[in-house]
Ligand binder design. Structure first.
Ligand code: AR6
Length: 233
């Protein structure tokens, strides 16, 4: 039996990542859950053209590894993709059931990662961004959506923390109170992650080298989850 309820009254995580909330009628537990939840997209599987089956295996492997640590009881990973018919959502969903992960440990959710709060989705104070090596806004996909939703504030806050990232790296950026992503969605941190690139039209393509690609994707998820845990705990 896992997660969630045993920590719901300790208030600790809640204070650390707390934000001003509008009155929505949501319970205190629901807000506390946000301070323990990371929403993340499928890194590298769209524009970067990483194999879906291999990526789903790595998501499960790293999520199981994360939840093997007793200190992570109460932390929730929320895997998000836009469409209910997403191939990655169904692959990860099937594998999560096989691995015996509960939805408190790994929730699989169809929706826009930039509007989880306002569309009645799971409360997540942390969201991950599958970015590019220069952390440039735009470029399509989830990176464009998150930089757009975060506004100029996210761009400036990112520049203040980091200029470039290596494949496999993850860097947390605290959002200023004025960022729309924080004001409207309650997001306290965006964690930028750079995955391996298999697309020859993009910088640093691995050109089908899945030995290296899988190592980098594994490192990307491990680092992302560790960064989340280090801030949330
Ligand atoms: N909410 C949730 N998931 C989304 C959203 C959203 N708003 N938008 C896209 N996805 P991609 P990559 C899903 O291509 O493959 C960028 O231009 C999408 O369905 O965004 O890591 C960067 O600047 C897919 O499952 O990221 C890089 O140059 C997942 O997010 C490059 O693309 C990742 O798709 C990174 O490529």
């Amino acid at each position: 039996n896992v997660a969630g309820s045993s920590r719901s009254n300790d208030g600790d995580g809640e204070t650390k990542a707390s934000v001003e909330e509008p009155t929505t009628g949501k319970s205190k537990d629901w807000y506390a859950a946000g301070a323990r939840s990371l929403a993340f997209p499928s890194i590298s599987t769209a524009d970067f053209q990483f194999d879906h089956g291999k990526a789903a295996d790595i998501i499960l492997e790293t999520a199981v590894e994360f939840h093997r640590k007793p200190k992570h009881a109460g932390l929730r990973l929320v895997f998000v993709d836009l469409s209910p018919s997403s191939d990655m959502l169904s692959r990860v969903s099937a594998k999560a059931a096989e691995a015996g992960l509960s939805s408190l440990q790994l929730l699989i959710y169809a929706g826009d990662i930039t509007t989880l709060h306002t569309t009645g989705g799971p409360r997540c104070n942390f969201i991950a961004n599958a970015t590019n090596w220069r952390l440039k806004p735009g470029g399509g996909g989830v990176n464009a959506a998150i930089f757009k939703a975060g506004g100029y504030e996210l761009e400036m806050a990112t520049k203040a923390v980091v200029q470039t990232v290596e494949p496999g790296d993850a860097v947390a950026v605290p959002l200023p109170a004025t960022s729309p992503l924080r004001r409207l969605q309650g997001v306290s941190h965006v964690i930028h992650v750079l995955g391996p690139n298999m697309n020859s039209q993009r910088p640093n393509s691995l050109a089908g080298d899945y030995k290296q690609g899988c190592d980098i994707l594994r490192k990307a998820y491990r680092t992302l989850f560790e960064v989340f845990s280090s801030i949330a705990l």
